[in-house]
Design a protein. Structure first.
Lengths: 326, 217
């Protein structure tokens, strides 16, 4: 690990100002950042510890939603009775991620910002445009079983690893931030993540030093909440494919549906065209096929991950069948 | 991680063995590896940071290179070697300790981030000669073979049972709205998935935890 200066922040604006310096990073749970620092994938010169900031509350919002502080731990968010009652997809997604020890440390803000687990991003001896812009992408012709099939570019085919963010994408969460001048802004999660394009090193719309203070969940849409995660072992593994679904149906007819996918792209992948196919449609194989076709429009495998195309189709079928069985 | 702090611990048979092993390793390493450390690339050493925390009920103040993980602080600075370094990347759970009663991976957190907090390690579970119920259950059910993962398994299980008592659900809990999930084998396995046992003593680990939880085995 490279040497760094360590400081504890006493306010969000102070933290943002301190972290605006080149080479500075926030540290909250630290479970991803320290992992990367040990491998020298990350080499911050300054660590700003934000764990003492008062951002650890979950509050009701006037419109019937919830405001989740950036430092609420993943385990506490998953276990909150309001989240379990009203946002089951989010609770289940959180519980699908990592291990209990990691969930006790990992924070809401940090989970949104965790980095890809692409093997080549982690291996500093290999080219990686995300870690070292312009060096190339070793995954394109390498071992790419875990890589993306949607939204890729010639520069990067990594996936975003978060389960929590997939559920938040389905819920249309909003990310609240503050910068070093104390200015607050709200970023819809649809605009928070960026596809790799030619600049895979830029992952979000956050500016340098801008700090996430909270995530707001709008009132939950009606329907059955499901988070289905398909992975190489039964627990404690990243998703090959995951589906966050909120499906409202009655007697074999779907009224509305929201679908977001993990493991397929460098951001949580919402599928509005597929959702449109499901509105007022019969809950049958023809409809599910049409929805899967819409999700997978433009999907492209790179050899090792070709299996994700049929796996996505089958996982979606299973989820839609389960959520419309009323 | 490299440490510049001298290690001062009581001399025991174990210390002599460890020191001997270290000496052997040092002679086998190339000179570049010996030179690597906080001063590599000719960078000045970072300013040290001070942390005060309770470890197993005793207050300790340490002045550390801020890079020191909680696990290295416990093992290398406080000679509490019960917490093990397995993968050092949060994947195996051998380093599991309890912070204010909650289980975490001590390898993936900096010691200086825990100022004012209370840490419980495997050394802090027994009361005198009386083993903690989970320690006794692991012995009774033979919940280990080589034993390297065991302190992490037991600390994790202590945290897991506490979580369970507060109603924490898991990924395999059928009904998330139910206030309390029954600790079935499937629930225990899911909740303990952050602790890997290379000897695969899992059936006996599950049996030990069930006994300590008070559920029929």
């Amino acid at each position: 690990m490279k040497a760094f200066n360590y400081q504890r922040a006493d306010s969000a604006a102070h933290a943002a100002a301190a972290a605006a310096k080149p080479g500075a990073k926030f540290i909250a749970g630290g479970t991803n950042l320290l992992d990367l620092m040990k491998l020298q994938v990350e080499t911050p010169s300054e660590l700003v510890d934000i764990n003492r900031l008062p951002l650890d509350k979950i509050e009701e919002t006037p419109d019937g939603g919830l405001r989740v502080g950036a430092l609420v731990r993943n385990s506490d968010l998953a276990a909150d009775p309001r989240v379990r009652q009203r946002y089951g997809v989010l609770s289940r997604a959180l519980l699908a991620g990592a291990s209990a020890q990691l969930r006790n440390k990992a924070t809401t803000g940090g989970n949104l910002l965790q980095r890809t687990r692409c093997y080549y991003f982690y291996d500093v001896t290999k080219p990686c445009n995300k870690r070292n812009p312009g060096s190339g992408c070793a995954a394109l012709a390498g071992f790419n079983r875990i890589h993306a099939i949607l939204g890729t570019s010639d520069h990067c085919i990594a996936t975003h690893p978060s389960d929590m963010a997939v559920a938040m994408r389905a819920l249309d969460a909003r990310v609240e931030t503050v910068n070093g001048e104390g200015e607050a802004r709200v970023i819809p999660i649809a605009e928070f993540y960026r596809l790799p394009g030619k600049t895979p090193e830029i992952e979000t719309s956050l500016k340098p030093g801008e700090i996430i203070t909270a995530v707001t969940l709008p009132p939950p849409p009606p329907g059955v909440h499901v988070y289905r995660k398909v992975r190489d072992r039964a627990s404690y593994a990243f998703a090959l494919v995951s589906v966050a679904a909120i499906v409202d149906s009655t007697r074999g007819r779907i009224r509305s549906a929201r679908l977001a996918f993990g493991g397929l792209a460098l951001k949580p992948w919402r599928a509005p065209q597929a959702e449109e196919r499901l509105v007022n449609a019969a809950a049958d194989t023809t409809t599910f096929n049409a929805a899967a076709n819409a999700v997978l429009e433009g999907a492209r495998g790179f050899g090792g991950n070709d299996f994700k195309v049929p796996l996505t189709r089958r996982t979606l079928h299973s989820v839609l069948a389960d959520t419309t069985r009323t | 991680m490299d440490e510049s702090e001298p290690i001062t611990i009581e001399i025991s048979r174990r210390t002599v063995i460890e020191a001997g092993t270290t000496a052997l390793l040092l002679t086998a390493l190339p000179p570049a590896a010996l030179a690597a450390g906080p001063s590599d690339n000719n960078e000045p050493p970072p300013p040290s940071a001070t942390v005060t925390f309770q470890i197993n009920g005793r207050s300790h103040e340490l002045t550390l290179d801020p890079r020191t993980t909680l696990l290295d602080a416990l093992r290398e600075h406080l000679a509490l070697t019960g917490s093990k370094k397995g993968c050092d990347h949060g994947q195996c759970g051998a380093c599991t300790v309890l912070i204010d009663g909650r289980r975490i991976n001590s390898c993936l957190t900096l010691a200086v981030m825990h100022d004012g907090q209370s840490v419980t390690t495997i050394e802090g579970l027994a009361e005198g000669e009386n083993l903690h119920p989970l320690q006794a259950a692991f012995v009774e059910h033979d919940g280990f073979q080589c034993g390297y993962c065991t302190s992490g398994q037991i600390c994790s299980a202590v945290g897991m049972l506490a979580e369970s008592r507060t109603g924490m659900p898991s990924y395999v809990t059928d009904d998330l709205t139910h206030p309390m999930a029954e600790l079935t084998d499937a629930e225990i396995r899911e909740r303990m998935s952050g602790n890997i046992c290379r000897c695969a003593a899992y059936p006996n680990i599950v049996a030990a935890i069930k006994q300590a939880a008070g559920t029929p085995t």
